[in-house]
Ligand binder design. Sequence first.
Ligand code: NAP
Length: 396
Amino acid sequence: MEKRELVIIGAGPAGLTAAIYGRRSGLDVLILEKGIPGGQINTTDEIENWPGVQHASGQELGDMFRKHAEKFKPEFRDSEVQGIEIKDGKKIVITDKGSIEAAAVLLATGASFRKQGCPGEAEFTGRGVSYCAVCDGAFFEDQEVAVIGGGNTAVEEGVYLTQFASKVYIIHRRDSFRADKIAVERALGDPKVQPIWDSVVEEIRGTEMVETLLLKNVKTGELSELPVSGVFVFIGNEPNVGFLKPLIDSGVLKTARGGWIKVNDRMETSIEGVFAAGDLIEKYLRQVVTATGDGATAAMAAYAYISEQVHLEGKLLEPEEVSAVFYSSVDQAQVRLAGEIEAVPQWNRVVLVDGYKNSRMAEKLQVQSLPCALKIKKGTVTKRLEISSATDLQGL
Ligand code: NAP
C-alpha cells in the first residue's frame, strides 16, 4: 500500500496553507482534492477582508494560494476520498484511486451550502434554484429574483445580484437580518433590494424553470405567491463530512451539534494522528483568514506528531532497553541540564527528548513532570527518576 507522511484532504485555504507549512517543515505532503483547488472561495465574488489585499475575487485569491503552495512542491492528486479506516492505530485513506497509509491525516474538506428542503428545491436546482450568485447571477439579467436567508452571505450576495437582476427580494424568517451592520445598511439602501420579513418559502413552483415561490408569513400564517425567475438559497453551511460517517456514527470521531468536527487548540481531532482545519471544525468564525490559521496550526501539530511517531517510537519503544531523559525546551535550567548530559561521554546513549514539544510521547510514558529520566524495556517503563543534574543519572 502507498505510504505517505501527511495526507491533506481538501485544497481550500486551510488545506493549501497546511501544505505550505508541512512542506516547509520537510514533510512529504499529498493533497487530495476532488474539485477545483481553492475551495468555497471560488464561489465568492469579492473578498475584502483578507489582510494585505484590499480587494480580490475569491477565484483570484484561491489561485494565489494554490500557486504559493505549488512553490513548495507538495503532490496534488485529483481523487475523491471515500472514507478513512483506523486499524491498529494505522490511518488508511480510501480513495477512488486506491488506499494510502498516512502517518497523519488532515481533514480540510470545508463546508457546503445548507439546503432549504422545501418542495421544488431539488427539482429546480440548476433551473432557477442556485447556491452561488457569482456562478449564476448573470443568467438573471433584468429579471426578478429572490434570496433566502438573513446572514452575511444572503445580504451581500443579494446586493451583488442587483448588478444583473431588476429586483432582488430577500426573504428572511425574522424581522431583522443577522448580517453585519455595514452589509445590512448597504442592502437596505439599495433601491433594487426589497426585504420580505417574517417569511419562509413553502414551495418553489414552475414548469420548466422556476416561476413562483409560495411564501408563508410565520406571524400571521398568511400564504402568498411571489413571481420570480430565480431563487438563491443562502441559509448557512454544513460540514462536508459525508465520507467520515462511519467514524462519526461510531463515536470515534467526535463532532459537535450540526456535525462540526471537534478539535483542540492544536487542531487534533479525537483520533490520534487525525487533524482537522478550516470550515468543517466547530468554531466561532468561518472565514478564509481563520481557515488559513487553522491549516498552519494543524500542519505544525502534524509535524510534531509525525516526528514523535517516526523518530521517537523507533528510539524509545522498540529497543530491548533504553535510557531517556525528558526535559523542557522552554525552561533554561532544563536546557542546560540536557546540554550537560549530552557533554558527558558516559551518557551519550541516553536519548534526550523535549517533553514540552513531544507531549504525546511524554503522556504515553506517563511522565508527570519535567525533567524526568526513564529506563524503558521494549516499550515498558521499568524505572523513573526525578533528576536535577547529570550525575543523578547514576541512579537509573
Ligand atoms: P449564517 O450567518 O449562519 O446565516 C444563515 C441565515 O439563514 C440566518 O439568517 C438564518 O436565519 C437563515 N436560515 C437558516 N436556516 C434556515 C431555514 N431552514 N430557512 C430559512 N432561513 C434559514 O450563514 P451565512 O450567511 O452563510 O454565513 C456563514 C458565516 O460566514 C457567518 O459567520 C458569516 O458572518 C460569515 N460570512 C462573512 C462574510 C464577510 O465577512 N464578508 C460574508 C459571508 C459570510 P436566523 O437569522 O433566523 O437564524
